[in-house]
Design a protein. Structure first.
Length: 98
């Protein structure tokens, strides 16, 4: 099934989401459609889509700013939300993991 493209309706995708994921895991690209128009594309995640280090994100942001020729400006609400999240973080309790 690898490297196949499958077209499926929204209704069928919702009815058998586990089946859609199984096809994606097997290597298929699934195009979810509504009235013959693509609304979503699901494909296996490559390693480039995995977790990214903060340093990598910052480097990408810097490169993007250089390409734009200006620094992006954080929305004040987003900045406040991010600050609240960072300040509310607590150390993980990992002693039970051993």
């Amino acid at each position: 099934m690898a490297d196949r493209v499958i077209h499926i309706s929204e209704e069928d995708a919702a009815r058998d989401f586990a089946g859609v994921l199984a096809r994606v895991r097997a290597g298929a690209e699934v195009i979810i459609e509504s009235d013959a128009r693509a609304v979503a594309v699901m494909r296996p995640a490559g390693e480039e889509l995995g977790p990214r280090l903060l340093s990598e994100s910052l480097a990408l942001a810097k490169e993007h700013a250089e390409n734009l020729h200006h620094e992006p400006i954080l929305d004040s609400d987003f900045a406040a939300d991010l600050k609240e999240i960072i300040e509310s973080r607590k150390p993980r309790e990992i002693s039970s993991w051993e």
